[in-house]
Design a protein around this ligand. Sequence first.
Ligand code: GLU
Ligand code: ZN
Length: 306
Amino acid sequence: MMRENYVGRFAPSPSGQLHFGSLVTAVASYLDAKHNKGKWLLRMEDIDEPRCISGVDRDILHTLEQHGLCWDGEVIYQTQHHPRYQSIVDELIDKQRAYLCTCTRKEIKAMGGQYNGHCRVRTIPRQTPGSAVRLRLDEHLSPFDDLIMGKFELHEANCIAEDVVLKRRDGLFSYNLVVVLDDVFQQVNHVIRGCDLIDVTPLQRCVYKALGYEAPTYGHVPVASITPGRKLSKQNHAAPIDNKFAKDNLVKAMRFLGFDFPEDNEFDSVASLLDSAISMWDRKKVLKTPEIIVPQHESTYYIQPL
Ligand code: GLU
Ligand code: ZN
């Protein structure tokens, strides 16, 4: 059932310019929101500061604008919200819902790769150098209904989730914490994103439950890959989106998602193309496949080697 007041979002990390794969996610989340008369918010996920590149946020915003993907409200930057995250982590520690953990990667490997809650019963003082903060989780990694992929279940569906890291040993807040806190903060109730994040969704749903919030409804769209298992990314030479070909990029994104979409020259503007895409949008028509290989010889997708 559709919830009232649809609020969706796009949450890029400013660690590289948008490429075809990220444009697909932007388009899918935008169209799903607009088809459902919802809001589409934008959040810069710059929590992992060492990986962010200065100025890339502005490039991303410019590319979205050039593709007619106009967001509602102010853009939020995670780096401007550290005090909010810290006070939530402090409160969870105060209530003994979260605890400090000094286990190393090697020690966790020796536990069989899954953290076994070793530090739950220890009392490690706050600010201990090299300590992470973990949330106590007693929830199961349960299946959920994905708006696009259908029922999704992990192999370890009956397992209790591992006590998730809220703050890393290096002092950075974890993605799994801030993605939940920010979606709650921005009142997001629909998350449309790439299938590379479907595996972590059961865990994120556990975080919502443990913190007493209602989880959003999720829909995961296929990711663009270079070869099976290797998604298009800056590391494997994804080409930055070329704004000169905005209409063509949008047509390619629609076709990638599974729509029988007209040629770009049938539209006199980006706006009229998007209007058609909004009315044509249908979750049931999106391909139910986690990844699609894009042709490496096309400059839309891949930087051609010299
Ligand atoms: N910032 C994440 C990324 O760029 C997306 C997180 C999300 O949509 O939940 O991959
Ligand atoms: Zn530990």
